[in-house]
Design a protein around this ligand. Structure first.
Ligand code: FAD
Ligand code: NAD
Length: 466
């Protein structure tokens, strides 16, 4: 039986980064993945394929609606969905093969098969051609998550689909009901709306992306409505039925009256749940909590001290970059280092167009905490760069402590918000004041100038270009 210093179960962004960092630190490392390709949800059926389709559909939407204004004429524009999916698959393949290369380069031993605990140090790997057992001085559970659904809306994967099937449709549907106006609902809803599908979101809360700053919800909703998306709020979906030709979705409206929606497809995007099936947790005395998460301490150790858990399978944001941080963190803890993750400064991004990004406290959270704060906002449309590209939607909003001027939150809707938020993270990691950002030179013309201007506005209402 082969023995390792660290055995990682699951090769998503949490698991493969953990394996890489462990190998860098000189540990003999094994990575177990039940699927044939590495990279987990993120690379295979999450972040990467969704962004490939978002980019392709955005090109189409721009060609159909915005090129003319730029002086570009196109005739007989059409969507070649099989080609769009083929390209997306190629992007996924290149990306997952990149992980094979990295494992090879760093001498991580990869096992393909279902990993399950025999005991606290032994993992059995059930492979297509038999079984193998390996041992680990330390074991890291990085088994991720699966799409969630509630009773009555079980996905049949034909008409009632999850994000996984929505990433592989080879024909643009005529219509789609999206249950849940969270990140997946908006990103994948937007892909299909741009391609000409009638998309209607049915959301339980009173706004979309309800965990982000509410002014961002309002701003992005205006842009998505322009793409043709429709929204129903305070509607609680009760059931979704495959009618043969399509789907019927039943919901309770704000007055608790039953209403129905019909469409060709229904995308169930009501969150994701931790995945621990087949892992044999019962053999090591670990029981997931009510949410299905594996509980850990601040070092991400489970109740068995040499067994760690990271990423979507533990508490916290279900984000690839959070899982990555935890992967590196655990390898460093095992090496005896003292790493740190600032969970408050993990940015959230929605890759619609314009993009939405936020880090730190939202205005709603500051109100709830009773913190005295000031705000500074700056609209994208006042930027020369935004006018040049035609991306005039959105704004930057900075929340700063009223007394100390320390930046407490930065929220952006606009072109390249996903990249702009990195400046906000750096500033907040160094506990910058709004004045600090306001006094830094920002290249002209860029979208980043809106961050400087919002900081000027927050400092003492001294934005220059408005
Ligand atoms: P996962 O990526 O889920 O990987 C877990 C791996 O473990 C899987 O490969 C699984 O097969 C394997 N596994 C499970 N059990 C076993 C076992 N017993 N033995 C062997 N292997 C096992 N996040 C972002 O930050 N940005 C985005 O843009 C983004 N877009 C997304 C889009 C979609 C459509 C979806 C669904 C998710 C998206 N996410 C995004 C979320 C992101 O994918 C997850 O947060 C991230 O993948 C979690 O990483 P992980 O390593 O914890 O788990
Ligand atoms: P989500 O938690 O973002 O949104 C789910 C939405 O469904 C919520 O707004 C909720 O109010 C609503 N909902 C729940 N039950 C409902 C019901 N019965 N009727 C109507 N609405 C209902 O979940 P998601 O969009 O499925 O995404 C899952 C996870 O994947 C998220 O945690 C997210 O972090 C991650 N993800 C991230 C990205 C990104 O970073 N860009 C992209 C996709 C997914």
């Amino acid at each position: 039986m082969e023995s390792y210093d660290i055995v990682v179960i699951g090769s998503g962004p949490g698991g493969y980064v953990c394996a890489l960092r462990a190998a860098q630190l000189g540990f003999k490392t094994a990575l177990i993945e039940k699927y044939d390709t590495l990279g987990g949800t993120c690379l295979n059926v999450g972040c990467i394929p969704s962004k490939a389709l978002l980019d392709s559909s955005e090109h189409y939407f721009n060609a159909a609606h915005n090129f003319k204004e730029h002086g570009i004429g196109l005739e007989k524009l059409k969507v070649d969905m099989p080609q769009m999916i083929k390209r997306k698959n190629a992007v996924v393949e290149q990306t997952t093969k990149g992980i094979d290369y990295l494992m090879d380069k760093n001498k991580v031993t990869v096992y393909h098969g279902l990993g399950s605990f025999e005991d606290k140090n032994t993992v059995k790997i059930k492979k297509a051609d038999g079984e193998e057992k390996i041992t680990g001085k330390n074991i890291v559970i990085a088994t991720g998550s699966k799409p969630n659904y509630f009773p009555g809306m079980e996905p049949d994967k034909k008409r009632i689909i999850t994000s996984t099937e929505a990433l592989g449709l080879t024909k643009v549907p005529k219509s789609m009901i999206v249950i849940g106006g969270g990140v997946i609902g908006l990103e994948l809803g937007s892909v299909y709306a741009r391609l000409g599908c009638k998309v209607e979101v049915v959301e339980f809360m009173d706004r979309i992306i309800a965990t982000m700053d509410s002014s961002m919800s309002k701003e992005i909703m205006r842009a998505l409505k322009k793409e043709g998306m429709k929204f129903n709020f305070k509607h609680k979906v009760q059931k979704a039925e495959n009618t043969g030709k399509g789907v019927k979705v039943t919901a309770l409206d704000p007055k608790d009256k039953e209403v129905t929606f019909e469409a060709e497809y229904c995308l169930v995007s009501v969150g994701r749940k931790p995945y621990t099936e087949g892992l044999g947790l019962e053999n090591i005395g670990i029981e997931p909590n009510k949410k299905g998460q594996i509980e850990t301490d601040e070092q991400l150790r489970t109740s068995v001290p040499h067994i760690f858990a990271i990423g979507d399978v533990v508490a916290g944001a279900m984000l690839a970059h959070k899982a990555e941080e935890e992967g590196a963190f655990v390898a460093e803890v095992i090496a005896g280092q003292k790493p740190h993750i600032n969970y408050r400064l993990i940015p959230n991004v929605v890759y619609t167009w314009p993009e939405v990004a936020g880090v730190g406290y939202t205005e709603e959270e500051l109100k709830e905490k009773g913190t005295e704060y000031k705000t500074g906002s700056f609209p994208m449309k006042a930027l020369g760069r935004a006018r040049a590209s035609g991306d005039t939607y959105g704004l930057v909003k900075i929340l700063a402590d009223k007394e100390t001027d320390e930046v407490l939150g930065i929220h952006i809707t606009g072109a390249r918000a996903a990249d702009l938020i990195a400046e906000a993270v750096v500033a907040m990691e160094y506990r910058a004041s709004a004045e600090d950002i306001a006094r830094m030179s920002h290249a002209h013309p860029t979208y980043a100038e809106a961050v400087k201007e919002a900081a000027l506005a927050a400092t003492d209402d001294r934005a220059l270009h408005i």
